[in-house]
Design a protein around this ligand. Structure first.
Ligand SMILES: Cc1cc2nc3c(=O)[nH]c(=O)nc-3n(C[C@H](O)[C@H](O)[C@H](O)COP(=O)(O)O)c2cc1C
Ligand code: SF4
Ligand code: SF4
Length: 293
């Protein structure tokens, strides 16, 4: 039994839970392979895999654009079990329904789905939230009312910091997926129930709207020309002829802010957010210690 994890993670949060999920399956004797769709070559065929896990962060209430493109271009995988795993800092919106729709065109559908709350890496959000005092109130309220963490996470991003309970829930879900894969008599794997409204929010946001909304620039004084943004852009639209020049953006941006968050000089900005205070250098130590220790 061999399972393929297709992963896209802009700042490492989803990479952490993917690694955790892979370890759990391995412990139950299932072979796993993680393919980072931005950094590694895609498999030539999916035939050798008995099941797929689609692992991506939620952005604009949708899967990451590169992940959607990879899934849409994938050959038909009739009847193969597929699981979706996400991290988000509030709600998944149409994430799972959009993946399900793509899979139905490939002759299969989602067998199970799961998401975990994780620190926000959205610069616009962090720019606003870092100005709001009272994180300790958020921490207190999120302990008392855990189901309100997605709402509390807007003013106080620390409310979405994962706890050991989140790791337990992930383990429970992955173990259910493992049992399903090993015995066809299983009752099935839990699926995320999305409200029609939240799902519609994701489905209504188009890739071209996302691109149009982007207004990134590079501060020529701060930029050290290190080329890190160029290497990590999933859309490959940051151009730099050599390490003597400041890179520039071409068209086709996926709006993922990987470049913004990764820049060691905090040289990438946009109209409403710039500077190190609105960057997320993930995965956070809490993500790693909760899910990987
Ligand atoms: C541009 C952008 C849009 C986002 N949109 C959402 C969203 O719609 N819902 C949500 O809950 N979190 C949203 N987030 C937060 C990320 O999903 C969250 O921080 C996630 O854990 C990042 O994981 P990664 O490091 O694996 O990419 C967004 C982040 C960015 C940068
Ligand atoms: S990552 Fe930042 S410093 Fe490095 S080339 Fe890109 S913009 Fe310049
Ligand atoms: S330019 Fe930046 S925000 Fe746009 S796709 Fe590339 S890494 Fe993502």
């Amino acid at each position: 039994m061999k399972v393929l994890f297709l992963l896209q993670s802009t700042t490492g949060n989803t990479a952490v839970i993917t690694e955790a999920a892979s370890r759990i399956l391995k412990l139950s004797g299932i072979e796993t392979q993680i393919v980072n769709i931005v950094k590694h070559a895609l498999p030539e065929s999916y035939e050798e895999f008995d099941a797929l896990f689609i692992c991506s962060s939620v952005m604009y209430f949708r899967p990451l654009i590169q992940m959607e493109k990879v899934l849409a271009n994938m050959p038909a995988i009739e009847g193969k079990p597929v699981f979706a795993l996400a991290t988000c800092a509030g709600g998944p919106g149409g994430f799972f329904d959009i993946i399900d729709d793509i899979l139905r065109n490939k002759g299969t559908e989602l067998t199970g789905s799961f998401y975990t709350l994780a620190p926000s890496n959205w610069p616009l959000h962090l720019h606003i939230a870092t100005k709001i005092p009272g994180q300790s109130i958020g921490d207190f309220l999120s302990l008392k009312f855990p189901s309100f963490r997605p709402l509390l996470g807007f003013p106080w991003p620390g409310s979405c910091t994962p706890s050991i309970k989140d790791a337990d829930k992930l383990e429970e879900w992955v173990s259910a997926a493992g049992t399903f894969l090993k015995s066809s008599t299983s009752d099935g794997v839990p699926k995320v129930k999305t409200s029609l409204l939240m799902s519609a929010l994701g489905k209504m946001t188009t890739h071209s709207q996302i691109e149009k909304g982007m207004d990134l620039f590079i501060d020529h004084v701060k930029c050290t020309k290190c080329g890190l943004c160029v290497k990590n852009c999933p859309a490959k639209i940051i151009a730099q002829n050599d390490l003597k020049e400041v890179p520039h953006f071409k068209s086709g941006c996926h709006g993922c802010y990987t470049c913004y968050n990764i820049c060691p000089a905090a040289a990438i900005g946009q109209k409403y957010a710039r500077g190190p205070g609105s960057q997320y250098h993930g995965p956070s130590p809490e993500m790693k210690s909760v899910f990987l220790s």
